[in-house]
Write a protein that binds this ligand. Structure first.
Ligand SMILES: [Zn+2]
Length: 305
């Protein structure tokens, strides 16, 4: 099933739309200019005031209408020192924003002709911009859960909510929280201790929220922190009891795991956080159809230095 067909028209950017809108590098540059300097109006260092700028023929730059000094919309962005064309960058971001499960560097290599190494580096750079280090969940009904990512491809039998042995070094503990019908947050955890889980709750979840978790012992004490804590007894085969469940966050975990297993095959611990950031970024903008592409571009501009 092609999920894109379910995207409402105003949130849809088909591949054909993308190709029409960005036929060449110039169109991409113009788009970037409008994002960073709407109508070409930008501060001119030399004049010391805000001025209108115009496109310089033959160069990826815009010049001040008054003094001619030049600025580039790529300055300070991940595009600046890249020899890869702007359009290929845009296309990589388009693909990233159009999938649910992720997109592989291999696919970009196949479709654009850049080397695998370049494709991989592009994705890594884009991903590195998608983090939300200061994000705090605003909903007051939150599910919190931990999971283990990575490890051997051979799947030993596990209970549905089975926990691998914590000393399995090939698995990385990830802890996350999600607002019901809202946003998600997920991070790589050093361990599955109370201190770690409580720390995540304190940083990300509003005081006095209702938190749903399973029976993992490291959630004990959330009540003492001022939360209303409700647990679901997975070990007793109970998964939903009224509104007490952790199905939302588990849905997110399965999305991440399916992506990592199916698209990326494996992700080292070192880069796992950036993958979590990518999945969270998309999940938190799932009502934007595949215009997530433009959110990614906006992020690139916001993080320009
Ligand atoms: Zn000027």
């Amino acid at each position: 099933m092609d999920r894109r067909q379910t995207i409402p028209a105003h949130l849809r950017l088909t591949l054909q739309d993308f190709l029409d809108r960005f036929p060449n590098d110039d169109a991409c540059l113009e788009f970037l200019k409008e994002k960073r300097y709407p109508n070409g109006v930008a501060h001119c260092e030399k004049c010391g005031v805000v001025r209108k700028h115009h496109r310089v023929t033959g160069r990826p730059a815009y010049a001040c209408d008054s003094c001619g000094s030049m600025i580039s919309p790529m300055a300070g962005t991940i595009f600046e020192h890249s020899s890869t064309s702007l359009r290929k960058w845009f296309y990589a971001m388009y693909l990233m924003g159009s999938t649910r499960c992720g997109i592989s560097a291999k696919q970009i290599q196949r479709e654009t002709g850049v080397t695998y190494k370049t494709a991989w580096r592009m994705f890594r750079q884009i991903r590195s911009l998608l983090s939300e280090p200061d994000m705090q969940l605003e909903g007051t009904t939150v599910e919190m859960d931990e999971t283990y990512v990575g490890g051997r491809r051979h799947r030993k039998y596990q209970a549905r909510r089975g926990r691998p042995s914590p000393n399995d070094p090939s698995k990385t503990c990830v802890v996350g929280a999600v607002e019901r019908k809202g946003r998600v947050f997920a991070c790589v955890a050093d361990d599955a201790t109370k201190a770690t889980f409580h720390g995540v709750a304190r940083e990300r979840i509003l005081p006095e929220s209702v938190i749903f978790t399973d029976e993992h012992h490291s959630y004990t004490g959330l009540k003492e922190m001022g939360y209303t804590h409700q647990r679901i007894q997975h070990s007793q085969g109970v998964y939903v009891l009224g509104n007490v469940h952790t199905n939302t966050i588990e849905g997110f975990w399965s999305l991440v795991k399916r992506g990592i297993a199916g698209v990326y095959h494996n992700v080292s611990r070192k880069y796992l956080q950036t993958y979590l950031d990518e999945y969270s970024f998309r999940y938190n903008r799932r009502d934007q159809g595949n215009l997530i592409f433009t959110s990614i571009l906006e992020r690139v501009c916001e993080r320009a230095v």
